[in-house]
Ligand binder design. Structure first.
Ligand code: AMP
Length: 410
């Protein structure tokens, strides 16, 4: 039998597992207090739901299969499609906006590397039913606050995909041609797109590659004279950036009109968050105003983001937990007493552990010292039936305490 992991899979242990939990806990409390409703989404969806708007890149990395009932299904590569399905089937008549959040496993048959796995966890937020620029800014604020809550200083990259869409459309690109051009631009491969552009497209695109990526007034002027369909998106981006700056005055914001994101459903504002110490994006999102309708719901604007819990956890130090007491039975007859001692201290602040033993007092003390505990609780037969020895490992003193007073003695 093979015991090695399937390629691209991993066991998450030790501090990394703790860091993931801490991030999820902080996120849950922050999102709960900001009025977002938690939903738990399945990991298997119909292939057609995923394929509807995923884009070729995601489709190329899908784990897809026929289930035993002959249904063509896929493991979720991201959860926005599932959240949108849920919105359409369960929340479409709820008062707007509907604010949901989720955390769950995602699967992509990518080339594994540090920070890129075939199974990873996404934590995401989706807001349905508001087209206000303030909804975009709120989502960015929530994203930055989540990362800040675990001590990660972020910088943001923001843009609006509608400018590139207008530019590509002006050159006659649409449908899958447009999507594959956006994907190439997302990967910085302009040369793959150049050949499909008309003269105006080439001129604007070459300028976009230059140093004026963030000059929204300049691009608005260009759009007004050459690409009128891009004007609305640029003005909207300006408003969203203004609102983000007001909500996150200390965060560095890199506005980039040439910015593209690979997922096919984005229609307008897009953003990513980065830390200063990691090249890969920690989080990405944007506005997808057509997806609800494309999945059969009423026209409903939507905006959201998803963050990779695995990637974020690589940057988080697991918090140190104070190790208070190690409880050890010294002989077979004292197993019950040790159990009672453990139940008396268990659940109190800090860490309290039990070694089921039995073992000698000397070994118990050594074990507790190695484990950096403050105390060792020795349950033996020299004391009364309701008494244990409490040894303070820093002062190397010990005393006999009654079980019912043990918790207070620590
Ligand atoms: P996306 O759904 O591609 O916009 O990704 C959103 C976030 O999920 C990224 O910013 C990453 O933090 C995380 N992510 C995406 N793909 C992977 C992967 N293969 N392994 C780990 N994290 C990932």
């Amino acid at each position: 039998m093979k015991l090695e992991l399937v390629r691209g899979m991993r066991d998450i242990v030790g501090d990394e597992a703790v860091a993931q939990r801490v991030f999820k806990e902080r996120a849950a409390s922050l999102l709960d207090s900001a009025g977002y409703q938690e939903v738990i989404l399945p990991s298997i969806e119909y292939y057609d739901l995923i394929a509807a708007k995923a884009g070729q890149e995601l489709l190329d990395s899908l784990y897809e299969f026929m289930d035993r009932g002959g249904r063509k299904v896929a493991l979720t590569p991201e959860l926005t499609a599932s959240a949108t399905r849920l919105y359409v089937t369960r929340f479409r008549d709820a008062p707007k906006p509907v604010k949901l959040w989720y955390v769950g496993p995602c699967f992509r048959y990518d080339e594994p590397q540090r920070g890129r796995y075939r199974q990873f966890t996404q934590l995401g937020v989706e807001v349905f039913g508001s087209s206000s620029p303030l909804a975009d800014a709120e989502v960015v604020f929530i994203a930055a606050s989540l990362l800040k809550s675990i001590g990660i200083d972020t910088w943001l990259k923001v843009g609006n995909i509608s400018f590139l869409r207008a530019l590509l459309q002006d050159s006659g690109l649409e449908g899958s041609g447009m999507l594959s051009a956006i994907r190439s631009l997302d990967h910085g491969r302009y040369e793959e797109v150049e050949g499909s552009l008309n003269a105006r497209g080439k001129k604007i695109m070459e300028e976009l590659m230059g140093s004026r990526k963030g000059d929204l007034d300049y691009w608005e002027g260009i759009a007004e004279s050459e690409l009128p369909s891009a004007v609305h998106g640029l003005r909207r981006l300006k408003k969203v950036v203004e609102l983000i700056r007001a909500m996150l005055p200390a965060v560095e914001i890199n506005v980039d009109v040439s910015f593209a994101r690979g997922l096919a459903y984005y229609t307008d504002f897009i953003f990513e968050a980065y830390s200063h110490s990691m090249g890969e994006a920690l989080l990405g999102g944007g506005r997808y105003d057509n997806l609800v309708e494309e999945l059969g719901g009423p026209p409903t604007p939507a905006v959201g983001f998803a963050t990779g819990v695995d990637r974020v956890a690589l940057l988080v130090k697991a918090p140190e937990v104070e190790k208070v007491a190690l409880v050890v039975p010294l002989d077979e007859d004292s197993l019950g007493k040790a159990g009672k001692a453990f139940s008396a201290v268990s659940g109190r602040p800090g860490r309290h552990e039990m070694v089921p033993g039995p073992m000698s007092a000397r070994d118990a003390i050594e074990r507790a010292l190695k484990g950096s505990f403050h105390y060792v609780v020795l349950a033996g037969n020299r004391e009364g039936p309701e008494e244990v020895v409490l040894r303070d490992l820093s002062s190397r003193t010990q005393k006999t305490v009654k079980l019912k007073e043990l918790a207070q003695a620590l």
